[in-house]
Design a binder for this molecule. Structure first.
Ligand code: PNS
Length: 168
């Protein structure tokens, strides 16, 4: 069985991420969406909340499961015997960072490949930070996040603009 890992912060998950999960799920027997701690970012949602939201949005995908991990990505890849790390590439600006990550992970463990899927054209501009900026100022994010999560994401982010914080 070929397992692939889709790692990320997913704070929150967007249509752009879901598109990559769906396409990865057609290429591999099993896809693990891995909610990770990015130490350079201060999340708006806890890891448990992010996992819950992804589970809800991927309920209809038969071969996707959602996990979290706060160590090195490649250690998780080794632990589960995954053959690939799948990342979405939106633009040239994503490339330098992703290329460095891919080379680092390959150096740490040569048996897994990093596979880049180019984003669908209508998701090129979509990012979690864009979602957060728009929602914090009361803007409409319905084209960026799934309907089932819209109210939850909108409310949390709007509250945070008013001064609330998230405890990990
Ligand atoms: O959605 P993001 O924030 O771009 O995801 C980045 C993430 C979480 C995939 C990346 O920061 C990561 O892989 N973090 C785990 C630590 C790690 O393995 N780093 C790479 C080797 S130094």
């Amino acid at each position: 069985m070929k397992t692939a890992i889709c790692p990320g912060s997913f704070d929150p998950v967007t249509y752009g991420h879901l598109d990559i999960f769906r396409r990865a799920s057609r290429l591999f027997d099993e896809v693990v969406v891995l909610v990770m701690v990015n130490i350079e970012k201060n999340p708006s949602f806890t890891a448990a909340e992010r996992m819950e939201m992804i589970r809800e949005a991927t309920r209809d995908f038969p071969n996707i499961r959602v996990e979290s991990y706060d160590g090195l990505l490649i250690n998780y890849v080794k632990e589960v015997g995954a053959v690939a790390i799948v990342k979405g590439l939106r633009a040239v600006s994503d490339f330098e960072y992703e290329f460095q990550m891919a080379l680092t992970n390959k150096t740490l463990y040569h048996k897994a490949e990093t596979v880049f899927l180019t984003t669908s054209i209508h998701n090129m501009y979509v990012s979690s930070s864009l979602v957060k900026t728009i929602a914090r100022f009361g803007g409409d994010i319905h084209r960026l996040v799934p309907d089932c999560l819209l109210e939850r994401i909108t409310q949390r982010l709007y509250q945070q603009k008013e001064g609330g914080t998230t405890q990990e």
